[in-house]
Write a protein that binds this ligand. Structure first.
Ligand SMILES: CC(C)(COP(=O)(O)OP(=O)(O)OC[C@H]1O[C@@H](n2cnc3c(N)ncnc32)[C@H](O)[C@@H]1OP(=O)(O)O)[C@@H](O)C(=O)NCCC(=O)NCCS
Length: 323
């Protein structure tokens, strides 16, 4: 069992809260702690204080869910609280303890299984220990804070022949096909796996989004042919990710893809402009999305659209690869 008194935990949370507030105003309060698996992940400090504490959650995805497309089928997720000023050392010691726990797991060497740490992107003191312990920064949760952006003075001109329209339930086939294109492209970068169930799971997700009266799903058409798709969750559907940010309400940009031969001609920007306009009209200040850290198309694209890293997701497949 983790041996941390509520008093020591209170000090640790206060320390983390104070550091995060300075580092990144979009971070939330340090998360309510998960139940964890009971592994002892407490790094003691001087005089009864705690330098760092972690909670390891053991997670298994539903075989028919899209979750196991976006990540490993089984995951060991570390929630880490590390006190300053020496965050590097505190996290290093915590990761050493976690490694011992992971090494004892029956699936420590299973290939469809990952150890995962979601760490604030701007808390850069954590990067070195994570690298040294064998974790790779696979993905980013990026945030776009509309309060920090000025609305364009006039509607941006669409490229010739391009039209962006809201998708309807009858568009489901092309919406799913473009969603699968995103999965296949992202599968190049290590965190995403196309499964036999991916397409049916994608269909179910997209049918859910399209069932809204005014879905935040758009299709771009060039000369009448669909060339791109953007799908986002309204705040009532994006509650699962809202605790990752200190600003609310939150929309979540779930998918965006443009057919390979059509990229780089302004289609993505035109669809993103629709989402940004409607979120602004709905009074939604924050949009979150995931992108693969080394996707050479998405990272610069989202940056130009006003998104920046909030959390970095570090992973080791299999969990026994944490060293
Ligand atoms: C990310 C993506 C949706 C962007 O759509 P897009 O229609 O290519 O975007 P745009 O044309 O509006 O903008 C792309 C920018 O990259 C530039 N670019 C240059 N060469 C490019 C190329 N070979 N391919 C794509 N973009 C290129 C464009 O000029 C443009 O720059 P600008 O904004 O300074 O003009 C698209 O690249 C894509 O479908 N990628 C594969 C799937 C993916 O990565 N999805 C995102 C997952 S988070």
């Amino acid at each position: 069992m983790s041996t941390i008194s509520s008093e020591a935990l209170g000090y640790l949370r206060d320390d983390v809260r104070a550091r995060w507030r300075v580092l990144d105003p979009l971070l939330p309060e340090p998360a309510p702690l998960p139940a964890g698996c009971g592994a002892d992940l407490v790094v003691p400090g001087a005089g009864g204080a705690v330098r760092a504490a972690g909670w390891c959650r053991h997670w298994a995805g539903q075989p028919d869910s899209l979750d196991i497309t976006w990540g490993a089928a089984r995951q060991y997720e570390l929630t880490a609280l590390v006190a300053g000023p020496d965050v590097r050392q505190g996290l290093d010691e915590l990761l050493s303890r976690w490694r011992e726990h992971l090494a004892e797991l029956p699936d420590a060497a299973a290939s469809d299984c990952a150890a995962v740490v979601t760490w604030p992107s701007r808390d850069v003191a954590g990067a070195l220990p994570l690298v040294r312990h064998g974790l790779t920064p696979l993905a980013v949760i990026a945030a776009r804070d509309a309060r920090a952006r000025r609305a364009p003075a006039q509607a941006t001109q669409l490229p010739p022949g391009l039209r962006v329209r809201r998708a309807a339930p009858s568009d489901i086939d092309v919406v799913v096909a473009l969603g699968m294109e995103v999965i296949r492209f992202d599968a190049n970068f290590g965190g995403v796996t196309e499964r036999t169930s991916s397409e049916s799971a994608m269909r179910q997700e997209m049918e859910g989004l399209l069932s809204h009266r005014q879905p935040w799903v758009w299709l771009a058409e060039r000369d009448g042919e669909p060339v791109g798709m953007l799908a986002a969750e309204r705040p009532e559907r994006a509650r699962w990710i809202a605790p990752m940010a200190g600003l609310a309400p939150v929309a979540y940009l779930q998918e965006m893809g443009v057919w390979a031969g059509q990229r780089g001609t302004g289609t993505g920007a035109a669809m993103a402009a629709e989402l940004h306009r409607e979120t602004a009209e709905a009074g939604v200040p924050l949009i979150l999305l995931h992108y693969a850290q080394v996707n050479p198309l998405s990272a610069p694209f989202w940056s130009r659209q006003g998104y920046r890293p909030l959390w970095t997701i570090w992973e080791a497949w299999p969990p026994g690869a944490v060293r």
